[in-house]
Design a protein around this ligand. Structure first.
Ligand code: ADP
Length: 346
């Protein structure tokens, strides 16, 4: 049985309504102020139903405030949040069709895994047998059946995440909100659980809105990346669009692996893997000195300082590097194809 068909079975017995239909989510000029601080500044955004959306940006840029306003955990200072055709500004969290999964998973330490998952049904007054049955069905979906009677402290980080996911999904949400859901995990587990999140989102067909400061995580997961800076949206696009055509200097620097180069009175981004190194005084490049060489396995990062002072990063494949190795202090020529430059907004 696929997750999606199990999901339908789960929510259709005992006269239960069909699962919530996936719905579009829209923010219209949404603003959040805390006293003098403008945390979110007129953010407008439309997330089509069934989208994996990552809100990406540095700490303090307004990601969590945005998520909390969608969830109903924070008042909206101005603007509207719409789910489907309903303005949800004044609805309590449980009436919005959203569910939230927190960074620390916020599992109740004294409740068993099954009771954690069933918790919101208990609050809603669902009978004991019915809620245990649905909790067990969800635990089956996230492959945690055999841990149903354990306490959260008896689970690994990845297992806790699956329980938190089951607990959030049991309310049958239209939109699942995830606040830095992978940050408590070690790097190996993070990559594995990231793939699981993506799989569940695809199979349930609802929107996931996932807050992260990791560009790598956003690139790996998102259909739609929303890059935020200082309470505003800098750019919205697919991971490829954002990576290949960053709109602003901020996005180019934040996404990383780009050089930001001022030339001809304008500013360009050029991907680090598009830089070519040649012997000094080559006709098609500028003089530069190697300031750092970092071996990365499949590639080698070479940091350079051009004679005009511009710092550059070149990422070479291991084999290209091996054909013409350089070391710190070497003089080289660095260049690129004009077509590989991408102009940034002022
Ligand atoms: P992010 O999730 O991107 O780290 P936040 O939404 O948490 O950003 O915060 C955005 C801004 O709002 C920051 O300047 C932060 O200090 C401020 N802020 C967040 N929550 C509160 C609060 N409860 N009271 C006052 N300021 C807050």
């Amino acid at each position: 049985m696929t997750v999606a068909s199990a999901w339908r079975t789960l929510f259709c017995h005992e006269g239960h309504a069909l699962p919530n239909q996936a719905a579009d989510l829209e923010l219209a000029a949404v603003t959040k102020t805390y006293g003098e601080t403008v945390a979110v500044n007129h953010v407008s955004l439309k997330i089509p139903a069934g989208t994996y959306c990552c809100l990406l940006g540095p700490s303090g840029c307004g990601k969590s405030s945005t998520l909390r306003m969608i969830a109903g955990h924070e008042f909206i200072s101005d603007g509207d949040v719409m789910i489907g055709n309903t303005i949800v500004n004044d609805l309590p969290p449980a009436k919005r069709g959203t569910a939230m999964m927190f960074q620390s998973y916020a599992l109740f330490p004294h409740l068993s895994v099954r009771d954690n998952v069933a918790f919101s049904l208990k609050m809603a007054g669902t009978g004991k047998a019915a809620r245990a049955q649905r909790a067990d069905a969800l635990l089956d979906l996230v492959d945690m059946t055999k841990y149903a009677d354990r306490l959260p402290s008896q689970l690994s980080g990845g297992q806790q995440q699956r329980v938190a996911l089951a607990r959030a999904l049991i309310t049958n949400p239209t939109v699942l909100l995830l606040d830095e859901p992978l940050s408590a995990l070690d790097p190996f587990l993070r990559i594995r659980m990231r793939a699981e999140l993506k799989r569940y989102q695809r199979e349930f067909g609802i929107s996931f809105i996932h807050v992260t400061h990791s560009q790598e995580e956003a690139m790996a997961l998102a259909d739609m990346v929303v890059v935020m800076n200082d309470g505003r949206i800098e750019q919205i696009g697919s991971p490829r669009e954002v990576f290949n055509t960053p709109k602003t200097t901020f996005v180019a620097r934040f996404i990383g692996r780009h050089n930001v180069v001022p030339e001809d009175g304008r500013t360009f981004a050029i991907r680090a893997d598009r830089l070519k190194l040649s012997p000094p005084a080559a006709a098609d490049g500028a003089a530069a000195t190697v300031t750092e060489v970092e071996y990365q396995g499949m590639s080698v990062h070479v940091a350079l300082r051009r004679s005009d002072g511009t710092e550059l990063l070149a990422t070479l494949s291991e084999s290209d590097f091996d054909r013409a190795p350089v070391q710190v202090g070497d003089s080289v020529s660095v260049g690129w194809q004009a077509a590989d430059r991408h102009e940034l907004a002022a």
